[in-house]
Design a protein around this ligand. Sequence first.
Ligand SMILES: Cc1cc2nc3c(=O)[nH]c(=O)nc-3n(C[C@H](O)[C@H](O)[C@H](O)COP(=O)(O)O)c2cc1C
Length: 177
Amino acid sequence: MLAYQLDTSEEVLLQPEDLIISKTDTRGHITYANRTFMQIAGYEEHELLGKPHNLIRHPDMPRGVFRFLWQELKQGHEFFGFVKNYTSNGQFYWVFANITPDLNSKGEVKGYFSVRRRPSREAIRQVSEIYQKMLEIEQRSSGQEAPDRSLEFLQQLLQGQGVSYERFVMRLQAASK
Ligand SMILES: Cc1cc2nc3c(=O)[nH]c(=O)nc-3n(C[C@H](O)[C@H](O)[C@H](O)COP(=O)(O)O)c2cc1C
């Protein structure tokens, strides 16, 4: 068992070599979790399998990010993004996630596949600020519309900077570690 370093704010830091891997069915229910996932999130395999992936959802994550994630997956695209997750004992960890459709031999979507690695600290710094603003927008908007409003904010922000979402996250991840 590896010892994961904690800072005072109870953050679990991934090591550079860590890869957290999970698979889900088409509804986002977990069908596979690797050992690193279990160790970092603090769950046994039987506590994860069959559970919705929002089991580890952190309240600091805006709903607009997940709205975008599912929009991309439903269109057959892959998703890249920075996600803050909860561990089973209430700590948190940040990841740089890639999620792709998982196809069967006929090319039909049988679920989704996610690989996550350590994000750059610069990414976390910038993304935390943006997510905070998205959360504020969601708190001011009515239930159903809230994720659309916060996603619009993100898209306008990036448009203003003249970058696509994907380029934005890739640049952040490539920033000094
Ligand atoms: C393969 C895959 C991996 C996911 N990984 C995460 C994750 O690490 N953390 C998370 O909060 N949501 C993850 N999600 C998204 C969740 O399914 C869910 O949409 C999200 O937690 C928001 O919860 P909600 O849809 O109930 O609002 C993942 C989805 C898929 C398909």
